[in-house]
Ligand binder design. Structure first.
Ligand code: NDP
Length: 273
């Protein structure tokens, strides 16, 4: 049976095996999908061993995405832009192809929620790996403006300069931000510690769409905060997780699974519904 897995550390709570098992069942593909949690300095060896032993493909999550970028034989254009790899496929000619499906997953999820990206004014919070992966797919949707704000301002400036050729992207400090924005995407990891990015509450209004890449069984700190200040449309990153997985599955198997039912099952599994 074709073997796939996700590499991460820690990875025990990953939802990827659950998601890909449902995709495989739905599309009648024979495969198994597991977990691997190598020590931080053992990733390269573990990756090589997995493919030497017949593995067909894998996902890569925190903290190995940058290492994976350096280890593959070939990069897709979107992985090259993102500077990180979250999906690896062993091609028929024995090449390890590195791809990045995170940004495509984000855009697919935003669209599935009916969020309009074209001609919209988007604020992206954070300038880490997730922000980097999101920039090219977001700019491809032709927003009127995309502002990046990050705690360490120089990182936002670097990102904006790097992606400037793709569209109207600039960096501002949190203090400089002036609304109104149509969409705010939180790609910071602040919610992980129950913290908030230092965004002025006045930037939140009833017609704004709020997206937090983080997810959990209950509202993230950022989503709770945005609701408190009047936001009516809030979304967490669970849909992005399922959509990036669907994109990876398509890269591996050449067949696109449906995501709606799988997202519903995942929410039930997490106790959200
Ligand atoms: P990184 O560590 O690369 O970047 C973290 C970012 O968050 C940096 O910009 C950092 O700012 C900022 N930050 C951290 N703490 C705070 C704080 N208290 N206040 C303000 N800013 C803060 O992480 P990633 O980009 O890889 O991941 C970010 C988030 O996205 C994580 O929560 C991750 O779980 C989520 N994610 C979700 C996915 C999904 O499928 N739903 C996929 C990928 C990521 P600074 O530069 O100043 O340190």
């Amino acid at each position: 049976m074709d073997r796939y897995l996700v590499f991460g550390h820690p990875v025990r709570h990953s939802k990827s095996p659950f998601i890909h098992t449902l995709f495989a069942r739905q599309t009648q593909q024979e495969l198994e999908y597991g977990l691997a949690e190598p020590a931080i300095d053992e990733f390269a060896h573990a990756l090589r061993t997995f493919f030497d032993q017949g593995g067909k493909g894998c996902n890569v999550t925190v903290p190995f995405k940058e290492q994976a970028f350096a280890l593959v034989d070939r990069l897709s254009p979107r992985a090259k832009r993102a500077g990180a790899v979250n999906t690896i496929k062993l091609t028929d000619d024995g090449v390890l192809l590195g791809d990045n499906t995170d940004g495509a997953g984000l855009v697919a999820d935003l669209k599935s929620h009916g969020v309009t990206l074209a001609d919209s004014r988007i604020l992206l919070l954070g300038a880490g790996g997730a922000a980097r992966g999101a920039l090219a797919p977001l700019l491809a949707e032709l927003p009127s403006e995309l502002l990046i704000a990050n705690r360490t301002h120089t990182k936002a400036q670097q990102l904006a300069a790097e992606f400037h050729d793709l569209g109207p992207v600039t960096a501002q400090t949190y203090e400089q931000l002036a609304g109104p924005f149509d969409l705010v995407i939180n790609s910071t990891s602040a919610s992980l510690q129950g913290e908030l990015p230092p965004l002025a509450p006045a930037l939140i209004h009833t017609d704004i769409a709020i997206y937090d890449m983080m997810y959990g069984a209950s509202d993230t700190a950022f989503i709770s905060w945005a609701k408190q200040h009047g936001a009516r449309q809030t979304m967490d990153g669970l849909g992005m997780l399922v959509e990036q997985a669907a994109e990876a599955f398509t890269v591996w198997r050449g067949i696109r699974p449906g995501t709606k039912q799988v997202l519903r099952e995942l929410k039930r599994n997490l106790g959200v519904i």
